[in-house]
Design a protein around this ligand. Structure first.
Ligand code: HEC
Ligand code: HEC
Ligand code: HEC
Ligand code: HEC
Length: 157
């Protein structure tokens, strides 16, 4: 083979060798996708203790049931039963220790996140009943008339 073909080939092989050596030195042993495949992406198994201590932000509605059973049993009978409490009240963190209370957002924007009419015919989003905020009781908080934990129209305040 002509040397003008071989020389760049040697350079390419050298670059590849250097990259492999550097990778072997820098990437820790436990790094990879491991037995659960890509479910948790690439991670370092040696950090297991670190992740065990990692504070969980969201606890799910089952956690709230313990102390707010009234809200939980009410909402579960309604179309809002599919929404996590923390979707509206934010992450539980270490509530009721810290924070002792979770925020309550009574703003119209909170509800319009899901109830604003969006013209996406092929997505499930359009199946959620929508109201035009300019027409539907403008200026008043939605929760003055609708109970967010019992949004059934029969259950209106
Ligand atoms: C171990 C019991 C406990 C659990 C579990 C719990 N809470 Fe609470 N929560 C409390 C207490 C106690 C208060 C303060 C009550 C008060 O002052 O009226 C509170 C207050 C709140 C408030 C503010 C009420 C207000 O009137 O200002 C909201 C909202 C709330 N919790 C939502 C949640 C949600 C959502 C969850 C689940 C992610 C949850 N809580 C889980 C005990 C709990
Ligand atoms: C769709 C949004 C939404 C969801 C989902 C939701 N909430 Fe609420 N929550 C509100 C709003 C808005 C208020 C204020 C209601 C009012 O002023 O009448 C409120 C008020 C509260 C309060 C304090 C006021 C009171 O009446 O005692 C607690 C406690 C609470 N929610 C707990 C929960 C729990 C527990 C869940 C899940 C089982 C939940 N919420 C799900 C929007 C929501
Ligand atoms: C002054 C009271 C009042 C306020 C404030 C109010 N609504 Fe309503 N809402 C009603 C009444 C009454 C109905 C049933 C009759 C109708 O469809 O207009 C209704 C119906 C609905 C429906 C069902 C529509 C359907 O097609 O069946 C949704 C969803 C709704 N409201 C969401 C909201 C949202 C989101 C807000 C805040 C941005 C809000 N409402 C503010 C009184 C109110
Ligand atoms: C995370 C998305 C989400 C948020 C936020 C949300 N909703 Fe809903 N809402 C839904 C879904 C899903 C349904 C069930 C599908 C339907 O009936 O449209 C529903 C249903 C309703 C209905 C119709 C109940 C019936 O009997 O047909 C009303 C009224 C309503 N929501 C009011 C509110 C109000 C008021 C708020 C704010 C406090 C709110 N929603 C916030 C998703 C949401």
């Amino acid at each position: 083979m002509k040397s003008h073909v071989l020389r760049p080939l040697y350079v390419a092989i050298l670059v590849l060798a250097v990259a492999l050596i550097v990778r072997q030195r820098l990437v820790p042993e436990g790094f990879g996708a491991h037995e659960r495949g890509y479910m948790y992406g690439w991670h370092n198994m040696n950090d297991e203790q670190f992740w065990k201590k990692f504070p969980v932000k969201y606890k799910s509605s089952d956690y709230c049931k313990e102390c707010h059973d009234d809200k939980h049993s009410s909402i579960m009978r309604t179309p809002h039963g599919v929404i996590q409490c923390e979707n509206c009240h934010g992450p539980a963190l270490d509530h009721p220790n810290e924070p002792p209370r979770l925020p309550i957002d009574r703003g119209r924007a909170q509800c319009l996140r899901c109830h604003y009419p969006l013209p996406y015919p092929t997505s499930g989003r359009q199946n959620i009943k929508s109201v035009d905020p300019e027409e539907h009781n403008p200026g008043a908080e939605c929760s003055t008339c609708h109970d967010p934990h019992n949004p059934n129209l029969e259950g209106m305040k």
